[in-house]
Write a protein that binds this ligand. Structure first.
Ligand SMILES: NC(=O)c1ccc[n+]([C@@H]2O[C@H](COP(=O)([O-])OP(=O)(O)OC[C@H]3O[C@@H](n4cnc5c(N)ncnc54)[C@H](O)[C@@H]3O)[C@@H](O)[C@H]2O)c1
Length: 258
């Protein structure tokens, strides 16, 4: 058990990659606060089968200033401290660049950048106060490595995640807080259902075609599954990664090389 007795906060833990990471962190012995904007009843039904004494479900919107504080205080009230942040909540949207809108920009940046940064800052303050270091893992994307004509705001938001990861790693190194990112490629989650529907609309394709094509284009020959991310999520949150910071690790079947 690589995370025995550690306390983790996982945002966007209501489905997809976040849910897979919550379940794996529990298997590795951690106590986990799951944060999601989904209704509390929905979160409870997702985790109906999970052991309750090491699980804390928090219905919260990471774009709200008061939620940021509430997420950390409620985790500390329940488990006494925070050792790990898996900063994963995000939204996707896209439009041709000439039609990109103010509203899409604000929604994407509110969740993917503002929520990501201010929760990271609040958790880091808690870790500094506790002493003893900590691990922060921010979810970036291959989209943060290269722009895309149809998804400029999303790509820019994920490039910001990579940059904030670097800045935070340098700022927090004296406190022995490691800050790293993970850049997934194409992963079969509810988000990709939305992505596929949007590509169908803007590239005039049948529903399902884009998803099939991106899977076939992966060097390892298939789309990723949420479980493909959990090894990296555990490793970067564990003491095995004590000498790794400021990095964003590609977990994408070979799509991007850096
Ligand atoms: N699926 C992919 O192909 C892919 C690729 C690269 C990067 N990523 C990144 O991985 C992470 C997880 O992606 P996923 O595919 O599992 O996404 P998903 O859409 O399937 O799940 C995201 C979860 O975040 C929650 N959420 C959304 N807005 C929130 C908010 N304001 N406050 C709290 N919770 C909120 C949603 O309710 C949902 O449960 C994201 O950061 C995403 O950008 C995904």
């Amino acid at each position: 058990m690589q995370l025995k007795d550690k306390v983790a906060i996982v945002t966007g833990g209501g489905t997809g990659i976040g849910e897979a990471v919550v379940r794996r962190y529990l298997d590795e012995g951690a106590r986990v606060a799951v944060v999601d904007i989904k209704r509390q009843a929905e979160l409870e039904s997702v985790y109906a089968d999970a052991e309750k004494d090491r699980l804390h479900l928090i219905q919260a919107d990471v774009t709200q200033r008061e939620s940021i504080d509430a997420i950390v205080s409620s985790t500390v009230a329940r488990f006494g401290r925070v050792d790990i942040l898996f900063n994963n909540a995000a939204v996707f949207d896209m439009r041709p660049l000439l039609d990109e809108s103010w509203e899409i920009f604000e929604r994407i940046f509110a969740v993917n950048v503002k929520g990501m940064f201010f929760l990271m800052q609040r958790v880091a303050r808690q870790m500094v106060e506790q002493g003893g270091g900590g691990k922060i893992v921010n979810m970036a994307s291959q989209a943060g490595r290269r722009g895309e004509a149809l998804a400029s705001h999303y790509c820019a938001s994920k490039a910001a995640v990579i940059s904030y990861t670097q800045s935070a790693a340098l700022a927090l190194a004296p406190h022995r807080i490691n800050v790293n990112g993970i850049a997934p490629g194409v992963i079969d989650t509810p988000m990709w259902k939305e992505v596929d529907a949007l590509f169908a609309r803007y590239e005039n394709r049948p529903v399902g075609e884009k998803k099939r094509l991106v899977g076939e284009a992966v060097p390892l020959g298939r789309m990723g599954r949420p479980g493909d991310l959990t090894g990296a999520a555990v490793f970067l949150a564990s003491s095995e990664a004590d000498y790794i910071t400021a990095q964003t690790l590609n977990v994408d079947g070979g799509n991007w090389m850096s």
